[in-house]
Design a protein around this ligand. Structure first.
Ligand code: 5CA
Length: 437
């Protein structure tokens, strides 16, 4: 893609309503555009990052055998009345009437809907266990939407739902998702800490939040950095191994300010291992047994002819929030550097150009087509602008690698730079190899 053609409305002024780094950066680099309070359009640059995150989340769900489906955004109030949450959910639920006067709502989450699908489709223990998921827009009429995509009214979420015959099996499904979340966040270049959490309006008695470290987060975190050293490769997919993994995570100190006690922290965590910072919740998982299957009568025939309510859990990842959260975690000293796995482009070519000298642009175009042939997703900054402005702009766009075609480039060697590091002069072949890695 040529930057001059890319729809990326970069603005120089800092929007006053944007209080945190990610919100400012996303508006400045034209990743999103606010449509009304807490509701955003995703422009090409932002959309591309969100789609890359979605792809990784999907791959990791599929690896553990979860199956993708899609439920609608608009739901009937009937099933919510059956579960009892229609009243309980309160003002956060956007309620709509259709032309027949039927009460509908814009789904804030889908426990009722998936239970309704399951109860009419699955009757026998033979069909269990199951994990189903979808990636869909949700609406919660947050009283104070803020921080851009971090706390919106309309947001994009992956939510999965597990169905098991017994509590024991259900906890195993919970542990599988737990494992897959740690792996997913690692692939997104994020360090996530699982923390035992309150269940709130979703309900149940077992829950973990996955929190990433960032100074602008909403919750204060106290943790032992040993939690980042747990190696997932140590565990296999057997029930005991997965339980061991969850126990290993739980045995390491990590709490939010509600549970924090200074003495505990100092007694249990060595000074050099103490992590005190803010965090952003990017995922949340719940085990709630028959909280929904009971009122909705979702019954399964067991092997010995009895009927039991199916045991369920639900598991969310905030995909749109993750775009902002990744920026919060990676935007340091006014330089944004996307993790390679979700960067909008693999590399940007920045030629020094002006009207009288098109030589650098021609060289850049040659490099561009070479890299394209190698399936490298490359952006060419063909905008006629001075180099210092270009560098400032790319510090915000955050593509991790740059090929600079200017005074330092020789016949077939170019300046290659990884953001926040020193540049090197390399041949195109060497650059290709580095990028391919
Ligand atoms: N049904 C359960 C799990 S599937 C559920 O809805 N859980 S949740 O309420 O915790 O939401 C899951 C994830 O969605 C959160 O961890 C967060 O990352 C994201 N999320 C929740 N509310 C918002 C919001 N207002 N704006 C952006 N992302 C949000």
């Amino acid at each position: 893609m040529y930057l001059s053609k890319l729809f990326v409305p970069i603005t120089k002024d800092l929007p006053s309503e944007a209080k945190i780094k990610s919100h400012q950066l996303m508006l400045r680099t034209g990743m999103i555009k606010q449509s009304s309070a807490g509701i955003y359009s995703w422009l090409p640059l932002g959309f591309k990052v969100m789609k890359k995150i979605e792809k990784i989340v999907r791959e990791e769900q599929n690896i553990i055998g979860a199956q993708e489906m899609l439920m609608p955004t608009i739901q009937s109030s009937e099933i919510w009345k059956e579960s009892g949450r229609y009243e309980d959910y309160g003002e956060e639920m956007l309620r709509i009437k259709d032309r027949q006067g039927r009460e509908m709502l814009y789904g804030p989450t889908n426990e009722e809907q998936i239970t309704d699908i399951f109860r009419t489709s699955v009757k026998s223990y033979k069909s269990l266990p199951q994990i189903l998921y979808h990636i869909q827009w949700k609406f919660r009429d947050e009283i104070r939407p803020r921080f851009g995509v971090m706390r919106c009214r309309e947001f994009y979420m992956k939510d999965a739902y597990s169905f098991d015959l017994s509590d024991k099996d259900a906890k195993n499904s919970y542990n599988k998702i737990f494992y897959s979340y740690i792996k997913t966040f690692n692939r997104l270049g994020l360090k996530a800490i699982p923390m035992s959490a309150d269940t709130g309006p979703i309900g149940g008695d077992l829950s973990h939040e996955f929190v990433i470290l960032a100074e602008t987060g909403e919750s204060q975190i106290y943790a032992d950095k040993k939690i980042f050293e747990i190696d997932l490769n140590k565990y296999d997919f057997s029930e005991t191994s997965l339980q061991k993994m969850r126990d290993d995570f739980s045995s390491i100190y990590a709490v939010t300010d509600e549970k924090y006690k200074e003495k505990d922290f100092n007694d249990k965590v060595k000074k050099e291992n103490q992590v005190k910072t803010k965090g952003i919740e990017v995922g949340h998982i719940f085990y709630f047994g028959d909280k929904y299957s009971k009122p909705l009568d979702c019954l399964i025939d067991t092997k010995d002819g009895k009927k039991v309510t199916v045991k369920m859990g639900s598991y969310g990842i905030g995909i749109s929030r993750l775009v902002g959260a990744t920026i919060e975690a990676n935007f340091v000293n006014n330089v944004m550097k996307w993790p390679k796995s979700i960067s909008p482009y693999d590399v940007v070519i920045i030629p020094s150009i002006n009207k009288n000298n098109t030589e650098n642009l021609e060289k850049a175009e040659k490099i561009y087509s070479e890299l394209k042939k190698q399936n490298i997703d490359v952006l060419l900054d063909d905008v006629d602008e001075n180099m210092s402005n270009k560098f400032k702009k790319h510090d915000l766009i955050g593509i991790p690698y740059q090929i600079i075609v200017g005074s330092k480039s020789e016949e077939d060697k170019f300046e290659f730079k990884e953001l926040n590091s020193n540049s090197e002069i390399l041949s195109l072949d060497k650059i290709k190899t580095k990028l391919k890695k």
